[in-house]
Design a protein around this ligand. Structure first.
Ligand code: SF4
Length: 72
């Protein structure tokens, strides 16, 4: 399976810290949240973090570009 791409929209992030709490290996708050590595192996915890973001600032795309999370 290919890598997933992580993006955080710094203009949307309200620094709630949810993503870092859920997935500390993937997100770090530095004012706003940033992916530690924008290219990651597929992992449920990344989806969980994106789904938990209160403002949907995290976008996870598959290697084919399709949106993995958040889902409606
Ligand atoms: S969960 Fe969303 S709003 Fe909260 S720090 Fe992460 S990206 Fe920002």
């Amino acid at each position: 399976m290919g890598k997933w791409q992580l993006q955080v929209d710094g203009g949307k992030c309200v620094a709630s810290g949810m993503c870092e709490a859920i997935a500390p290996d993937h997100f770090r708050l530095d004012g706003v949240s940033q992916p530690l590595d924008p290219s990651v192996d597929p992992a449920d915890v990344v989806v969980e973090a994106a789904e938990s973001c209160p403002v949907e600032a995290i976008l996870v795309r598959g290697s084919d570009g399709a949106v993995v999370a958040p889902r409606d």
